[in-house]
Ligand binder design. Sequence first.
Ligand code: CA
Length: 233
Amino acid sequence: MIYCVEDEKNIRELLIYTLETTGFSARGMANSKELKDALKEELPDLILLDIMLPGLDGVQVAQRIRQTANTPIIMLTAKSDTTDVVKGLEAGADDYVVKPFEVVELMARIKARLRTLGMGASSDGAAAELPEFLHCGILEMNRVRHTAKKNGIDLHLTPMEFELLYVLAVHEDEPLSRTSLLKQVWGYDDGGDAKLVNVHVQRLRMKVESNPEKPQIVQTVRGIGYKFVAPTE
Ligand code: CA
């Protein structure tokens, strides 16, 4: 089930129509109040969330969702709203699509996010070969459950934060570029926005690092990107 939160009726109906013809179940909500009521009935597999909404905007809504749920959120945004995109990602959104969107692009983003959750078939053989469990120093990761524990304490990562940490950890001590992370973590074959990586790294550091100001586990490699260093204490 996919929830589409969009106040513009024609866009909302287009989203629902597109999703349903692709084989998904979808429900539309025009504002945060309707979403709140719908979330009480059923937690969807994914939420498409317009940033510009009457009442609470998409950024505020994303923050509230993240207080209780890790449901994937794809923000819908107008082209010029770069600041809002960053705020949305900081609030916990996983990805975003710019309006007016290409249906093919939107569906690719949705499928990539559901694949991260292990839903929907992955024809990607490489992903299947990756280990289910990783032990890196005092960090343990379980890729089936999307759980990461540091010293035995659950870090409460969202599936995307988990996937980012996991991909970095699989390549321990090896610097990975933002382009490579966009491909491996988000499933962008080409393109994608470096902001996605940067903001997710910030979010991840808040949860995983002892001192996010001086990251030891997810380190910045100047001119390249990021690398994972296994924590020992
Ligand atoms: Ca709107």
